[in-house]
Design a protein around this ligand. Sequence first.
Ligand code: ADP
Length: 319
Amino acid sequence: MKRIAVLTSGGDAPGMNAAIRAVVRSAIYNGMEVYGIRRGYAGLLSADFVEMDLRTVGDIIHRGGTILRTARSEEFKTPEGMEKALENLKTLGIEGLVVIGGDGSFRGAIELSKRGVATIGIPATIDNDIPFTDYSIGFDTAINTVVEAVNKIRDTATSHERTFIIEVMGRESGHIALYSGLACGAETILVPEIPYTIEDVCEKVVTGLKRGKLHTIIILAEGAGNAFDVGKKIKDITGFETRVTVLGHLQRGGTPTAFDRILASQMGGKAVELLKSGLSNKMVGWVRGELVVTDLEKILTTQKTFNKELFELANILSI
Ligand code: ADP
């Protein structure tokens, strides 16, 4: 393999730049030429390629977002779009591609690999909803951002003895809510995976305050209900003042944590090693501290399990 390309696709995540850097430098170290494709699959269709050298990835390991930018492309999913993508890769003589993104991006990678382009996926999404990896790039940074924000909210919550509902990202999964909630010592964590009743939530608020708690912190994944509705219902039932903070996109940004940089560097290096040894249609994951290689198809047909034990523990520790 003489020439490869790298792209970032789907939602951005802190640490994507560290992964790009690792892919580029490992490839060059192994005697390959590397192209960056701007704006994900959209750039693959418009031939928005840029040749990468050692310096183009200098000074980016600490930066959030992605220097290659990212986009979504409906056209890429069409037969004509796929043809155009293959043609653009062929024109430049690109034989291998590293796709840094989430499960949608991996669907695209599978299609390319079926058509003869060696592809390797690197999981990058703050949601951490990809199976066969304990962590995806960006998750650790996102939960640390939530923890930092909640530390500040806790000060005002205590001063005013209020109940705060903090909405975090996660339309379909509660991983951010669970991990940040446990790290924050939140009284209640609400996630789409575990049903709850507003009456139970209220009971916990009331008993906590009766026992002398000065405030209540509720972390709510966006897929587990509307934060303002939950806040209003708690006020209506308990009579306590509630306040709502929606953290929104700030969870996506910021300088990646050391953990995310190390994870991204390892995964980027491994992706190049896999391409070099002739493998395709695989994802590099990180399970129990070790890099693990899994078929991309398996990633898409498996649901990431929600850590119920950790959820139980968070409940026990917040009594
Ligand atoms: P993520 O990778 O974060 O899950 P998306 O789901 O938006 O993000 O997917 C990113 C891009 O991957 C889409 O805009 C599209 O170009 C490509 N993609 C998604 N699904 C498919 C598919 N079934 N076939 C080909 N390409 C796909």
